[in-house]
Design a binder for this molecule. Structure first.
Ligand code: GAR
Length: 210
């Protein structure tokens, strides 16, 4: 059994993006609307052309581009971790961050790094999860928010939401409906982790009832 360390009262999120950033925007909107009690202390993109950067700037957030191209994973991760620590991030939120973290990075934030994946893990890890699920012919897919461990799309699951595959779906329409669920599931999972009201038993993240 593994009880989480208490999170500081600042409830700071460090958000990592690589692209569109719609999950980041949904989290930011939930915070602005008072549905999620947290603060985004930094947004980091590993790509200078990520559309999510502009969305973060428009919100007046602290945005940093730390390009990963041409650098070793360890070298890049050290700069990212140092920016996260400087911004006093309590929880690291991978929001479409298309880069594996080194074991060293993960050790810097034990049980404090979350990822979202557009399938019901452990089915369809990796790239193009929605298309993988659609092509396989599943009747139900969905999304998963999980703690990050040293394996791809693998850590203990915090929240999952299901999405039915409809007869006239294609992989794009399925991905659109999964994304709508992602936008709710991520804030729900962040709330659970910030509140610390859970235990990790084996691989199971179990809500405390008292
Ligand atoms: C989301 O669908 C997210 O689940 C997926 O990338 C998309 C990012 O969209 N992540 C992965 O596949 C990670 N394995 P966004 O940039 O609009 O949030």
């Amino acid at each position: 059994m593994n009880a989480p360390q208490p999170i500081s009262s600042s409830r700071n999120l460090g958000i990592l993006i690589s692209g569109r950033g719609s999950n980041f925007v949904a989290i930011a909107d939930n915070i602005s609307a008072g549905r999620l009690h947290a603060r985004i202390s930094i947004v980091i993109s590993n790509r200078s052309d990520a559309p999510g950067i502009e969305a973060a700037r428009q919100r007046g957030l602290n945005v940093v581009v730390i390009p990963s191209k041409g650098r070793t994973r360890e070298d890049h991760d050290r700069e990212v971790v140092s920016a996260l620590k400087e911004a006093r991030a309590d929880v690291v939120v991978l929001a479409g961050y298309m880069r594996l973290l080194s074991p060293w990075f993960i050790q810097q934030f034990p049980h404090r790094i979350l990822n979202i994946h557009p399938s019901l893990l452990p089915s369809f890890p990796g790239l193009d999860a929605q298309k993988q699920a659609f092509d396989y012919g599943v009747k139900v897919s969905g999304c998963t928010v999980h703690f990050v461990d040293e394996h791809l799309d693998h850590g203990a699951i915090v929240v999952q939401r299901t999405v039915p595959v409809l007869p006239d779906d294609d992989d794009h329409s399925l991905a659109d409906r999964i994304l709508q669920q992602e936008h709710q599931a991520y804030s729900e999972a962040i709330r659970i982790v910030l509140d610390g009201n859970y235990e990790i038993i084996g691989r199971r993240v179990v809500a405390k009832t008292h």
